[in-house]
Design a protein around this ligand. Structure first.
Ligand code: ATR
Length: 271
């Protein structure tokens, strides 16, 4: 009997993860057989669950909320992106050593490149200062933007985030969500979890001008609440995070299977 490579995504909750579908499509298009499951893992059982899964022969694990920081602490060896972002979304074991990578930031950049959005010398604004913001900042910085400005509901968290990128401080800036921005961004990235919780975001009144590009890291079948707002302001150039999701998955897939998958998957196929 052929032995299929086994993979899984772990998180809590995990029911709605699209990763099993994405990886199955990648494998099918390449004509290789894999299995890919979604497995619920609670934070308190992280270490024992991951050890058990590797013992059971899983070749790789994707890690999603709220476990990415635990995975970062768990891995023996980390990639540069993972080290910089304090986060791991991809685990694999080689010669008894657990490796960890964070493919979210590179996934975002690949999606932006595909959409012909160039970041060099651009004034970028990030809304939110949580794990998602931290995961994408190293990759954004590598594209040599003019500046990255962070706005967050809780200002102190934005300050903490800035501190963690101390060596790039001259390229970074903070702003208050309740005040005017007083500069004009070229690109806005929404990394907040407000939309998932159906909450509104307080924004600087002068943030959304017509000719900017907006990327929302979240996604849904319809436009996300943030993109609805963006549209209502007459902004025409925007995307949700489905492309980033597919590209971050492709990067994990390449690491595990040593084959580059076809990422041309439509949103309709997934949602
Ligand atoms: P993730 O890992 O998805 O980034 P997180 O670390 O919990 O999740 O961060 C969520 C981010 O969304 C935070 O920046 C949070 O702001 P606070 O630091 O003030 O909590 C932001 N966020 C969540 N709900 C929000 C809302 N209704 N308005 C504005 N920001 C919100």
């Amino acid at each position: 009997m052929p032995v299929f490579k086994k993979f899984a995504v772990i998180g809590s909750p995990i029911d709605h993860s699209l990763s099993p579908k994405i990886h199955s499509i990648f494998a099918r298009k390449l004509g290789i057989e894999i299995t890919y499951e979604a497995i619920e893992v609670e934070p308190m059982h992280f270490d024992s669950s991951v050890n058990r899964l590797f013992d059971e022969g899983y070749a790789g694990l994707n890690v999603t909320l709220p476990l990415k920081e635990l995975a970062f602490n768990f891995a023996d060896v980390l990639t540069e992106d993972s080290n910089l972002s304090g986060s791991v979304n991809t685990l694999w074991k080689e010669d008894g050593i657990i490796h960890g990578d964070s493919t979210d930031g590179r996934g975002l950049i690949r999606d932006l490149q595909e959409k012909k959005i160039n970041l060099k010398n651009k004034e970028i604004v990030i809304l939110g200062a949580g794990g998602s913001a931290k995961a994408i900042i190293p990759s954004l910085l590598r594209e040599d933007p003019k500046r990255i400005s962070i706005g967050n509901r809780t200002f102190s968290k934005a300050e903490e985030l800035l501190e963690s990128f101390f060596s790039s401080k001259n390229k970074m800036n903070l702003f208050e969500m309740s005040e005017n921005l007083n500069f004009k961004p070229d690109i806005i990235v929404n990394s907040t979890s407000a939309g998932i919780k159906n909450e509104n975001i307080e924004l600087p009144r002068d943030l959304l001008s017509k000719d900017i590009y907006v990327y929302d890291l979240s996604y849904s079948q319809e436009d996300t609440p943030f993109l609805e707002l963006v549209k209502s302001r007459g902004i025409e150039n925007y995307h949700d995070g489905i492309g980033m999701l597919i590209h971050q998955a492709a990067l994990s897939f390449k690491t595990w299977n040593n084959q580059v998958p076809d990422t041309s998957i439509s949103k309709v196929e997934l949602l």
